[in-house]
Design a protein around this ligand. Structure first.
Ligand code: UD1
Length: 361
């Protein structure tokens, strides 16, 4: 019997782990265990996703909660080390680029347990982003680098990763999106936000570089107020951003339709029927490409360049005039669903095949 321990911790992890666990379910000789670090813990950031994505009940809850980067990373490490010592996994699977990803990978590497990193190789080349450090560290010590795209393979090769460790499996988040899209009907959100199909924007913001600095955040909010004069904006607010809004540094929120963070299905209903998406999220850039909804990314760089080359996404930066200019350009783009290579809903099967081969199953 071989044991695989999957690690998830924060909101963008759940939609990557769910299809992989499904694809590996029932493999003879394989025992899957699920560890939830609890980096995200609110019902709206965690519980609703676990239910809607049909994730199994975690075998272990580490309950690490929020803290500084060092403390949060260290808490995951201390608790995950004990899990590994008890479970003795043959493989640890980590996904994405959050603190829990890097923390669990470090623990496994020190215990000489092989690591698979799903969504390996993405690079923004911006080391002021905590996620970029998490990606670099995780990829440097992982054994199976399961990548979403050719640019990711290229990044790894440039860093000296041997070809034998790189497996291009595709974009696993699109598996989840395709599976749930038909359930994400517009009537889930229409009345709640009093919006008309195709005639509103969806905004999300949570990067520390955008919301922690008062001037930057204030500028972005002023651009959003201006956009909302012509196109209503529904703005599900991340807890970090809510705390910043509460300080009043960003000016008023008049004209914006604010809401708590939404669950997977409500959010997909909202985005898939929108005219425009404005975001600093990595995953949402990809989802907008798959949905064919024009996206304005409030960042100077992206670790997902394929979204820009597909021409559904524009990097606008954080200055209000640049955001407004990008808004005018985005309105003239026509929506068309894009399918970059291996965004085909079959990524979990390919990732599972690599893992089975590695384990000899
Ligand atoms: C984390 C990830 C980021 C990802 C984002 C998605 C890292 C370094 N960052 O950022 O890559 O894009 O998740 O949301 O791993 N909080 C709550 N309830 C929660 C979780 C957080 O209130 O369930 C609040 C806390 O005040 C916390 C703050 O949000 O301090 C930030 O949470 P944290 O997990 O540290 O980082 P995120 O900004 O969510």
């Amino acid at each position: 019997m071989k044991t695989v321990v999957h690690v998830m911790g924060a909101r963008p992890n759940y939609m990557k782990i769910a299809p992989l666990m499904d694809a590996l379910a029932g493999v003879p000789g394989l025992h899957q265990r699920l560890v939830n670090t609890g980096q995200h813990y609110d019902e709206a950031m965690s519980g609703v996703f676990l239910r809607e994505l049909n994730l199994p009940r975690p075998d272990r809850d580490l309950d690490v909660g929020s803290a500084s980067h060092a403390v949060q990373t260290a808490r995951v490490m201390v608790k995950f080390e004990a899990v590994c010592q008890e479970e003795r996994p043959d493989l640890v699977v980590v996904v994405g680029d959050v603190n829990s990803t890097m923390a669990a990978a470090l623990v496994a590497a020190k215990l000489v347990i092989p690591i698979a990193h799903l969504e390996a190789g993405l690079r923004s080349f911006d080391r002021t982003m905590p996620e970029e450090i998490n990606r670099l560290v995780t990829d440097a010590i992982a054994d199976l680098l399961l990548t979403p795209s050719a640019d990711a393979d290229e990044n790894l090769r440039r860093e000296g990763v041997p070809e034998s460790k790189i497996f291009r499996v595709g974009n696993i988040m699109i598996d989840t999106l395709q599976k749930h899209r038909e359930h994400a009907r517009f009537d889930r959100v229409r009345d709640r936000f009093a919006i008309a199909e195709g005639a509103y924007a969806v905004a999300t913001l949570h990067r520390p570089s955008n919301v922690d600095d008062a001037e930057t955040f204030g500028g972005i909010m002023s651009a959003m107020r201006e956009i909302a004069r012509t196109l209503p904006i529904v703005f599900p607010v991340h807890p970090r951003t809510r705390a910043r809004l509460a300080t009043g540094v960003s000016g008023d929120t008049n004209g914006l339709i604010l809401t708590e963070p939404l669950g997977y299905l409500d959010f997909l209903s909202l985005t898939s029927h929108a005219r425009l998406i404005l975001t600093d999220s990595g995953g949402l850039q990809e989802e907008s490409t798959a949905l064919g909804i024009p996206c304005i990314t409030v960042r100077q760089n992206t670790e997902r360049p394929v979204t820009v080359t597909e021409e559904t996404n524009e990097l606008a930066g954080s200055r209000p005039n640049d955001i407004l200019a990008a808004f005018r350009r985005a309105l003239s783009r026509t929506g068309e669903t894009r399918r970059p290579a291996l965004w085909d809903g079959q990524t979990a099967g390919r990732a599972a095949a690599v893992i089975r081969q590695f384990l000899g199953l």
